[in-house]
Design a protein around this ligand. Structure first.
Ligand code: GLY
Length: 267
């Protein structure tokens, strides 16, 4: 597949963080059993290797035992060509994860903004496409948080579209992901809200809603293993798919996008 040069899925770098032993106590919406730490570590290694296969320079951070959910680095920042924006997570136990990410982004970016509050926002609720930035209001991302980030994004000339994360879904991107400059992978329930009406949409196969959270990094789509019918749809549409085990992160509501920050630094 031709690699298009676009800001929404062409990158040079990624940041990941090793799971901490405390990850087994990560936040979860429903109890699906304790994550198997060793298996999660193996899946995490496969994930990092897939990013490298897609030409990412991966900055692998050490585990943070005080923060069970800190493996899900995506929620701490939004990284764009113009600069990075440090988030203000809505989960109290995750608020201070941002302090542990900030020094790395300040080294890589000249321009680093921060959401000061009182609103909250997690980047799992933010989908960047070529023409707009969609932000889903959720239990973690509220109107004040959206309004504070919108002021920064509008200075950078982005069009911000506020949308709603479906009820009982952790983050907006739990249910969707960008596949190319005009194609979105989405669950049927999210697409039905009309938020992707101006895009080409590939739906997850019924019963495989958990497959919606993938990442496009350069020429590869990293997708969770175990959803063969949705993977087949992606392959038939011409995408290069690498499947990564996600059973253990899924027990604490994590997926492909949560596990990395993806960007091209700008000093
Ligand atoms: N367990 C991931 C989160 O709740 O943010």
């Amino acid at each position: 597949m031709k690699i298009m040069s676009t800001k929404s899925f062409s990158f040079t770098h990624a940041i990941t963080r090793q799971p901490s032993f405390s990850v087994v106590s990560g936040l979860r919406s429903t109890e699906r059993g304790e994550p198997d730490f060793e298996l999660m570590k193996r899946h995490h290694l496969d994930y990092v290797n897939a990013l490298k296969q897609a030409d990412a320079e991966v900055i692998e951070l050490d585990p943070l035992e005080d923060f069970p959910d800190s493996v899900f680095v995506e929620d701490t920042a939004l990284c764009l060509p113009e600069g990075a924006i440090l988030m203000r997570p809505g989960a109290p136990s995750r608020l201070n994860e941002v302090k542990h990410m900030a020094p790395y982004l300040r080294k890589l970016y000249k321009n680093v903004h921060e959401i000061k509050g009182p609103g909250t926002i997690e980047a799992g609720d933010i989908l960047t496409t070529e023409k707009e930035i969609l932000i889903g209001r959720s239990n973690r991302t509220n109107l004040e948080g959206i309004s504070e980030i919108t002021a920064i994004l509008e200075q950078w000339n982005y069009k911000v579209t506020e949308v709603l994360t479906p009820p009982d879904i952790l983050h907006f991107k739990t249910d969707c992901s960008l596949l190319d400059s005009n194609t979105i992978l989405s669950t049927e329930r999210l697409a039905a809200t009309g938020c992707f009406d101006s895009y080409k949409v590939i739906l997850t196969y019924p019963g495989e809603e958990e497959a919606a959270n993938t990442i496009r990094y350069n020429n590869l789509v990293l997708a969770p293993e175990g959803f063969p019918k949705t993977t087949r749809r992606l392959l038939e549409s011409g995408f290069n798919v690498v499947e990564i085990g996600n059973t253990e992160c899924a027990k604490i509501d994590g997926g492909m996008s949560c596990l990395s920050l993806r960007f091209t630094p700008k000093k």
